[in-house]
Design a protein around this ligand. Structure first.
Ligand code: ADP
Length: 180
């Protein structure tokens, strides 16, 4: 599913983020940048040890929740990995929405600062961090749409959803936010 916002393309695909041919892929990292399972494990496994070596060297203090940092993409097809830290879901009244939206905005901002024309995001926080997928879909798409409307870049933003459940949830949310 895709939508055009002025000169920007926003698309949703089902797939594996490590396979995306884009300038930057986004990792759903933890604040210690310590690696983990899920999409984080897949990115480090596919990109090789260079990614962790660089994040350890450049960001020994980690990355606060709601923010993002940049590293090499190692052997992945992308140029960069942006490590964005989403919130853990704690019922919805602990600022989760603002933190999730901030993580997406920081990722997009870093992409622009590093001249990336294309970026791919996973469904940050919807795995181990427990953010309900329907809400994550609405909250994250809203943040991305607002950013694209304001900044008119990057040219191409892709959400890579792992499995039909997440893909369906993001399609429904996008249809609500930007009906055809
Ligand atoms: P978090 O800790 O932020 O919840 P997870 O990695 O546990 O991060 O999950 C985030 C989302 O990434 C989940 O929807 C999960 O299904 C998805 N995911 C896992 N592996 C991949 C992959 N290779 N490509 C894209 N998405 C993935």
């Amino acid at each position: 599913m895709r939508r055009n916002l002025a000169e920007c393309l926003l698309e949703l695909v089902q797939g594996d983020i490590t396979r995306q041919q884009v300038d930057a892929i986004v990792n759903a990292a933890n604040s210690r940048l310590a690696g983990g399972g899920g999409v984080d494990g897949a990115i480090h496994q596919a990109g090789g040890p260079e990614i962790m070596a660089e994040t350890n060297r450049l960001y020994p203090q980690g990355c606060p929740t709601g923010q993002a940092v940049i590293s090499t993409a190692g052997t992945l097809p992308a140029r960069y990995v942006l490590h964005a830290v989403g919130p853990m879901w704690k019922g919805g009244r602990q600022g989760e929405r603002a933190l999730l939206q901030s993580a997406y905005r920081h990722g997009l901002q870093l992409a622009l600062e590093n001249e990336c024309a294309s970026i791919a995001f996973p469904a940050i926080s919807t795995g181990v961090y427990g953010y309900p997928v329907d809400r994550a879909a609405t909250d994250s798409l809203e943040a991305v749409i607002d950013f694209l409307r304001e900044r008119h870049a990057p040219q191409r933003t892709r959400f890579v959803l792992f499995g039909p459940g997440a893909y369906g949830a993001y399609c429904r949310a996008l249809q609500e936010l930007l009906p055809e």
